[in-house]
Design a binder for this molecule. Sequence first.
Ligand code: CU
Length: 165
Amino acid sequence: MTKFSRTALAGLLISLSSAALADQPTVTNAWARATAAGQPNGAAYVTLTTTSPDTLVAASTPVADKAELHTTLDDNGVMKMRPVEAIALTPGTPVTLAPGGYHVMLFGLHQPLTPGATFPLTLNFKSAPATTVTVTVGSPGGMTAPAMHPAMHMDGMAGHGAMSH
Ligand SMILES: [Cu+2]
């Protein structure tokens, strides 16, 4: 029994270490709030899960001039955004970027983010290679990923956000 246990333990350690070498944070629920025509900035959100310690250090997207990592602080009842240099990722503790908390700030949108549209977002990590995910645009005041609100995909939104000039 002892020999079997040692063999099993060794096998477990090998699989753990190889998983650590190949670690890539998993990105789910990539979404953004819709923006109105002329609104210069937007925000994107993701949920990050990792199997080894890592750090989200930057983001970029072709739909905006610049993307910054931001957090939201409650300053005596006034919600204020602040840039952060990094967002720490801890194994076993998913980090959810969401309205009122961490977000990827999108400065200088090249066009309005219309509900149902998608765009690529590249995330850079301290250890893992960069990864590019597809962000789905939700509703203007949405608080969660659009996939959690199937009713939103109705055709009533057709034409919303169209340029009026
Ligand atoms: Cu912000």
